[in-house]
Design a protein around this ligand. Structure first.
Ligand SMILES: Cc1cc2nc3c(=O)[nH]c(=O)nc-3n(C[C@H](O)[C@H](O)[C@H](O)COP(=O)(O)OP(=O)(O)OC[C@H]3O[C@@H](n4cnc5c(N)ncnc54)[C@H](O)[C@@H]3O)c2cc1C
Length: 276
């Protein structure tokens, strides 16, 4: 076998096979939201994700939400079967992790980051990499807001649906105000419910500002083989999960349709009420 090919195989295999890792710390981030920390180094860019494996249960993508010299973490929100099983785990329990996968957000000056709910996890290492970005963090209520104290800057703004923390209303309303008053903002990066990201894109189009969104679709393999995460002609796990304005504007399915575990294309409403 050619020497170079052997080298490539070894490097790829190291990422593709789940490594069994011990949870070194569990941090409660909000109601039904936890971060699991691992004392392992991971080389990744902001916006990339890992596949988290619970044997005999499932394997799901999770954003890398903390990453430094001591290790990394992911943050999850309890939604269905898989995240309920994660929620039952404790410090020193072991899980399988492979990756990182996917592309990453652009790191540009004069950025604004908009996140809804646990979408904050996907933009958190981007915020760490940016120089004093605007941050708009929204959730249903104060108890569902994650990382409320993580970023110390006067440019951090909060929105809750019920007004229990920050402004009562949606992140998109704050975004419109911020873009109206700050003409220097050049890019908006977002993650959260797709309906919110679609609105963020529309606002960016109106203000003629670049937008990048990380799409959280049902995903099975993470490396482009199964096609379960397809949106139009894009495979989210390898072409994304981060897409730019041009790509998002061309996606007729963005904010409208998603695929269930079976691969069936359904309306976004049906997707969120079905058990993916
Ligand atoms: C690239 C990528 C990164 C991700 N990063 C994270 C992360 O950092 N933290 C995290 O908690 N999750 C993240 N997710 C979503 C995660 O992989 C799971 O889909 C989610 O946790 C639900 O899994 P579950 O099995 O518990 O629920 P399921 O049984 O799959 O779903 C239960 C219910 O919730 C709905 N649902 C599923 N996913 C979502 C969603 N994203 N938003 C709203 N409703 C949904 C389903 O339609 C169903 O009604 C990411 C997804 C992708 C593609």
């Amino acid at each position: 076998m050619n020497k170079n090919f052997k080298m490539q195989c070894c490097e790829t295999i190291r990422n593709e096979i789940p490594q069994i890792m011990e949870i070194s710390e569990v941090v409660s981030e909000g109601k039904g939201q936890k971060s699991f920390f691992f004392k392992h180094r991971i080389s990744c860019k902001p916006g990339q994700f890992i596949m988290v494996w619970l044997p005999a249960i499932d394997e799901k993508p999770m954003a890398i939400s903390y990453n430094n010299k001591k290790g990394f973490a992911f943050t999850f929100q309890v939604i269905g079967e898989f995240t309920r099983a994660l929620d039952a785990l404790k410090k020193n329990d072991k899980i399988g992790i492979r990756g990182p996968y996917g592309n990453s957000f652009s790191i540009k000056e004069n950025a604004c980051v908009v996140a809804g709910g646990v979408g904050m996890a996907s933009v958190s290492t981007l915020i760490d990499a940016l120089k004093n970005p605007w941050i708009i963090n929204g959730a249903r209520s104060k108890e569902h807001l994650i990382y409320a104290k993580r970023y110390k800057s006067k440019n951090v703004l909060f929105a809750t649906d019920d007004g229990s923390y920050g402004k009562k209303g949606f992140t998109t309303e704050i975004l419109e105000e911020v873009l109206s008053k700050n003409k220097k903002i050049r890019i908006v990066c977002t993650c959260g419910p797709e309906i919110m990201m679609k609105k963020v894109l529309e606002i960016c189009n109106r203000f003629k500002i670049e937008c990048e969104a990380s799409l959280e679709r049902f995903m099975a393999c993470g490396f482009g083989v199964c096609g379960k995460c397809m949106i139009n002609d894009k495979i989210v796990c390898i072409d994304g999960p981060v897409f730019n304005s041009k790509q998002l504007n061309e996606m007729t399915e963005f904010g409208k349709f998603a695929r269930l575990k079976s691969g069936k294309k359904v309306s976004l409403g049906e997707y969120h009420s079905a058990h993916s």
